[in-house]
Design a protein around this ligand. Structure first.
Ligand SMILES: NC(=O)c1ccc[n+]([C@@H]2O[C@H](COP(=O)([O-])OP(=O)(O)OC[C@H]3O[C@@H](n4cnc5c(N)ncnc54)[C@H](OP(=O)(O)O)[C@@H]3O)[C@@H](O)[C@H]2O)c1
Length: 337
């Protein structure tokens, strides 16, 4: 077993991620350059043709990963990214580009089927994500819900058998890229009979909140998935990379864009530093199962008070039930893996 540089969980962090603690992380904390040796390991990163996913891939190649699979919706963009990675790391033949459109459950299913042919899968970084204020639908639901939440969980569940097959010496890992901005809103819709359908009703959708809500839902569902999947077999966690330079806000216009751009100029981590947080999240660190990481440390105090409340727990269970109803229509035995 390789030596694992254990990040130390902070215990002094108070209540929910306040504006002050956000600024503290952004201005005074730089997650360390990962040093864990990923020798012989195969790792999937979704949405890795640019942004923090691409930088995570670069770190993983530097850290000796045997194979890094880029799950991308544009194969051409993926191939350009692979060339860029090979040039900068000198590693040839270690990057595999695979088509994956998170807006389509058929694409997700086809991707998972191809991944099932792998001899070995050690970790999955579920990083692909989108942010817009425009209401659209994909796969029958509002697009943030489909891309950032429903199909992300669908892929995680479909990859379970491949991950569990081993034969790596370390536990396999699934990590969900969420956001510290989940603290900004609660989710009153969880009380509705079918929350995903209600949230997909254009007349009721509060689009400026939607990205943050989708990341809140992702945290809740990652926590619930960790309860349903035996932690003796697998490590599942979610985390925030912090606010990082990337193309994420490119589609946002008007005052929100001005504020985010200003904040980015003043506080954002570089894309490379953001990439470090992805790598830290898939270090085989059993204590992180079911937990949330902030600044590359387990830090449940950085979760919103809603997530940590009894109501949050109820919301978590309700969303999981609703999600399974949706996924079981696509894959009847989804939870038997
Ligand atoms: N940057 C930050 O400050 C920050 C903070 C918190 C959380 N995050 C999260 O980090 C993750 C990566 O974002 P980023 O900051 O690196 O932003 P980015 O530069 O916009 O990268 C997003 C990636 O997701 C991919 N993607 C989007 N929709 C997709 C789809 N339908 N199917 C497959 N891939 C899709 C994009 O592919 P295309 O190139 O094809 O569009 C791109 O590769 C996201 O989940 C984001 O929410 C970022």
């Amino acid at each position: 077993m390789s030596s694992i540089p254990l990040p130390i969980a902070r215990s002094t962090h108070t209540a929910a991620m306040s504006a002050l603690s956000f600024l503290h992380s952004q201005l005074f904390v730089t997650p360390a350059i990962p040093t864990y040796d990923f020798k012989d390991q195969t790792i999937i990163i979704t949405g890795a043709n640019r942004g923090i996913g691409l930088e995570a891939a670069r770190h993983l190649l530097r850290l000796n990963a045997k194979k890094v699979i880029l799950g991308v919706r544009s194969v051409k963009a993926g191939q350009d990214a692979a060339e860029n990675l090979e040039r900068s790391t000198g590693r040839t033949g270690a990057v595999q580009v695979e088509e994956l459109d998170m807006a389509s459950h058929l694409s997700v299913k086809a991707f998972a089927g191809r991944m099932d042919q792998l001899d070995r899968l050690d970790a999955v970084l579920l990083n692909a994500g989108m942010y817009t204020h425009t209401f659209t639908k994909a796969d029958g639901f509002e697009t943030h819900l489909t891309v950032n939440v429903i199909n992300t969980l669908f892929l995680a569940l479909l990859l379970l058998p491949t991950l569990k097959r081993g034969p790596g010496p370390e536990k396999p890992r699934i990590s969900f890229v969420s956001s510290d901005r989940h603290v900004m809103f609660n989710l009153p819709e969880w009380k509705e009979d079918r929350p995903f359908e209600v949230l997909s009703d254009e007349k009721r959708a509060r689009m400026p909140e939607r990205y943050m809500i989708s990341k809140l839902m992702l945290i809740l569902l990652a926590r619930e998935m960790a309860i349903h999947v035996d932690g003796s077999d697998l490590i599942i966690n979610s985390f925030t990379p912090g606010y990082c330079e990337s193309g994420l806000i490119n589609d946002i216009k008007g005052p929100t864009r001005w504020v985010l751009s200003l904040l980015k100029k003043a506080t954002a981590r570089t894309t490379e530093v953001g990439g470090r947080t992805l790598v830290a999240a898939i270090v085989p660190w059993p204590e992180s199962h079911g937990k949330y990481l902030n600044d590359s440390c387990i830090d449940e105090s950085a979760l919103s008070s809603f997530v940590r409340s009894e109501e949050g727990e109820q919301a978590q269970r309700k969303l999981w039930k609703d999600l399974l109803k949706i996924l079981e229509q696509r894959e009847p035995a989804i939870l038997s893996s």
